[in-house]
Ligand binder design. Structure first.
Ligand code: VG1
Ligand code: CO
Length: 543
C-alpha cells in the first residue's frame, strides 16, 4: 500500500467553534478541505503514530465518504487502530462512551449536530480527547494553529474499507475494527437506570412517543425503548437515519419537533413525548399538555437524581452553562451541593466531571448529561425521566407543578436572530459592551439592573481562563438577560438572547413564558437596539 505526502496550502477559517468545525457541506467537500483539517488534528495533538482512535458520525450526507478519507489518513499517519461504528455511524454520546470504554487516544466525530444535513446543508468534524469529551480550548487552539501552517498531508492509496460488516480488517498496517454502534451504549444505560421498573411502567400501559427526527438515535431508541424496555412497537417514530434528516432540522425543540408538540397537546397525546437531535446528544421532554424547558428539565433531574440507581448515593455537584436558567441553582442550594457556571459548550464541563466535582450538568439548548460519558446525552435524559416517572407514578405536568411549588419557577425563553449580517451582530455586542459600566442602578421596564458584565470563566480545575463568553444583565429579584453570538452557525451570525425571570407566587406559576417574560423581552430589545441595528423586528426562532 503506497503512502503519499500530498502538497497542500493553508485554508482560512478552519477554526473550531462551540463544538468542532462546522461548515456548509460543499465547503467541506472542496479538494483538500477535509484532508487539511484532519491532518491539522493529527499535527495539533502530536501525531497519530501508534495511536488508537474511535470514528463515527451522525450519518448525514458525506459522512460515509469522509470516514473513508479519515481512515486512509489515519493509516498514513501511522495510527495503530481505528474503532469505527458500523456504516461509520455513532451517536455523539456513544462515541464518547466507546473512547472511554476502550481507553483510546481519542476519537473523531462527524456531525453538525442539530444543523440540517444534505448536499447544500451542514457538515462538521470534531476531535474528542481520551477522556471522551470534546477537546478543550487549549487543544482546539493547537489544531487551529496547525491549520494555518499546514503544507502537506499524508494519505494511503487504497480501496474503501467495508464498514458494513462487523469485525476487524487491515488497512495497510492499521487495524480497522467495525463495531455495533448500539450494543455498548445500551449496556451502559442498563447499568445506570432501573430497567425493571421502566419495563413495569410500560407493561402497565404507559405510552410514549419518541421522535428520532430521521437522525442517529433511531436505532438506539428502537433497541432500548421498544426491544428492551417493552414500549409498544411504533413508539419510536422517524427512526431510520437519513442523510438529509428527511429535509428537516434535526433540532428537538417546539419549532422543529412541531408534529410531536401537536400530538402532545392533542386529545391523542401519549403519556410522554421526547425527541433527540442529529447526533443524539440533545433531548426534548414533553408531557401531556406540558412542555418542559431544558433548563427546568435539568433542575428536575437534579432534584430527583437519587431515584435513579446510578445516582442513588447523591450528586457531588452540578454544573450549567452560563445562559442556562438558574432553576438548577435553587435545587443545588436545597441539596447543599456546589453549582458551577461554565461558558456555553460541553467542552467546559469536562474538567469538572473528570475531577469528580460535578455529577450532572446541562445547557439550556436541550443538552443534559452526567459523568457517565463526557458529552451530553439525549437518550440518557429520556431514560432518566422514564425512571423518575416509573418511581413517582405521576404525570409530567404534576411533577413540574410540584417542582415549581417547591423551588419557584424560573420563567425562561431564548430568542434567536439567525443569519444576521455579521457586522451588525458584532455591532450589537460592541454597543452593549460599551454600556455595561453605566447599567447598574438603571431602571428598565420597571426592573432595576443589579449588575452587568461580560462573562469570563476561570476553570477551577486547571486554572485556564476563557473570556468573552456572553454579556449578562442581572436584575434585582433574579431576572436576567444574556446576549451572545452563536459558535455553531454556518451562515452570517446568530444572535442569541436568553431571557429569565423568577416567580415564587403560587398563583402565577402556570403562566405562558412569553407573557411572563414580556417586560424582560422589552428590556432586552431596548438595551441591545436589536431592531435598529439588525433590521429585524422579531426573532426567527423562539424556544
Ligand atoms: C449551541 C448551543 C450550545 C451547545 C452547542 C453544541 O452552541 O447553544 O449550548 O453546546 O450548540 O450543541 P452555539 O454556540 O450555537 O450557541 V450540539 O447538539 O451541536 O453538539
Ligand atoms: Co447535538
Amino acid at each position: 500500500m503506497t503512502r503519499h505526502m500530498v502538497e497542500t496550502h493553508a485554508i482560512d477559517g478552519q477554526k473550531p467553534g462551540t463544538s468542532g468545525l462546522r461548515k456548509k457541506t460543499p465547503v467541506f467537500m472542496q479538494p483538500q478541505y477535509l484532508e487539511n483539517f484532519v491532518q491539522a488534528i493529527f499535527n495539533g495533538i502530536g501525531g497519530a503514530a501508534g495511536k488508537t482512535y474511535v470514528l463515527g458520525g451522525d450519518g448525514r450526507y458525506f459522512n460515509d465518504r469522509a470516514a473513508q478519507v479519515m481512515l486512509r489518513m489515519a493509516a498514513a499517519n501511522g495510527a495503530k487502530k481505528v474503532i469505527v461504528g458500523q456504516n461509520a455511524l455513532l451517536s455523539t454520546p456513544a462515541a464518547s462512551h466507546l473512547i472511554r470504554k476502550r481507553g483510546t487516544d481519542g476519537g473523531i466525530i462527524m456531525s453538525a449536530s442539530h444543523n440540517p444535513g444534505g448536499p447544500k446543508e451542514d457538515f462538521g468534524v470534531k476531535f474528542n480527547t481520551p477522556n471522551g469529551g470534546p477537546a478543550a480550548e487549549g487543544v482546539t487552539e493547537k489544531i487551529f494553529e496547525a491549520t494555518k501552517t499546514i503544507t502537506e498531508y499524508a494519505i494511503v492509496d487504497a480501496q474503501d474499507v467495508d464498514l458494513s460488516t462487523i469485525g476487524t480488517t487491515m488497512l495497510g498496517e492499521m487495524e480497522v475494527e467495525v463495531v455495533d454502534p448500539v450494543a455498548d451504549y445500551a449496556l451502559m444505560m442498563a447499568d445506570i437506570f432501573d430497567f425493571d421498573k421502566i419495563r413495569a411502567l410500560f407493561a402497565g400501559g404507559f405510552t410514549l412517543r419518541f421522535d428520532a427526527m430521521h437522525a442517529i438515535t433511531g436505532p438506539y431508541a428502537k433497541a432500548i425503548l421498544e426491544d428492551t424496555l417493552g414500549a409498544p412497537k411504533g413508539s419510536v417514530v422517524n427512526a431510520v437515519p437519513l442523510p438529509d434528516f428527511g429535509g428537516g432540522h434535526p433540532d428537538p425543540n417546539p419549532i422543529w419537533a412541531k408534529s410531536l408538540m401537536d400530538l402532545m397537546f392533542s386529545g391523542k397525546a401519549p403519556d410522554f413525548g421526547a425527541a433527540s437531535d442529529g447526533d443524539g446528544d440533545r433531548n426534548m421532554i414533553v408531557g401531556r399538555n406540558a412542555y418542559v424547558t431544558p433548563s427546568d428539565s435539568l433542575a428536575v433531574l437534579a432534584a430527583n437524581a437519587t431515584l435513579v440507581p446510578a445516582y442513588a448515593g447523591g450528586l457531588k455537584g452540578v454544573a450549567r452553562s452560563m445562559p442556562t436558567s438558574r432553576a438548577l441553582d435553587r435545587v443545588a442550594e436545597a441539596l447543599d451541593i456546589p453549582c458551577y457556571e461554565t461558558p456555553t459548550g460541553w467542552k467546559f464541563f469536562g474538567n469538572l466531571l473528570d475531577a469528580g466535582r460535578a455529577t450532572l450538568c446541562g445547557e439550556e439548548s436541550a443538552g443534559t448529561g452526567s459523568d457517565h460519558v463526557r458529552e451530553k446525552d439525549g437518550l440518557w435524559a429520556v431514560l432518566f425521566w422514564l425512571n423518575i416517572l416509573a418511581e413517582r407514578k405521576q404525570s409530567v405536568a404534576a411533577i413540574m407543578a410540584d417542582h415549581w411549588a417547591r423551588y419557584g419557577r424560573n420563567y425562561y425563553s431564548r430568542h434567536d436572530y439567525e443569519a444576521v449580517d455579521s457586522a451588525a451582530a458584532n455591532g450589537v455586542m460592541e454597543a452593549l459592551r460599551g454600556k455595561l459600566k453605566h447599567l447598574p442602578g438603571q431602571v428598565i421596564e420597571g426592573m432595576t439592573i443589579e449588575a452587568a458584565d461580560e462573562f469570563a470563566y476561570d476553570d477551577p480545575v486547571d486554572g485556564s481562563r476563557s473570556e468573552g463568553q456572553g454579556i449578562r444583565i442581572m436584575f434585582i429579584g433574579g431576572g436576567r438577560i444574556v446576549f451572545r453570538l452563536s459558535g455553531t452557525g454556518t451562515e452570517g451570525a446568530t444572535l442569541r438572547v436568553y431571557l429569565e425571570r423568577v416567580e415564587t407566587a403560587a398563583a402565577v406559576l402556570q403562566d405562558n413564558p412569553q407573557h411572563a417574560l414580556s417586560a424582560v423581552i422589552a428590556a432586552a430589545d431596548g438595551l441591545a437596539e436589536i431592531r435598529s441595528r439588525t433590521g429585524r423586528n422579531a426573532p426567527d426562532v423562539i424556544t
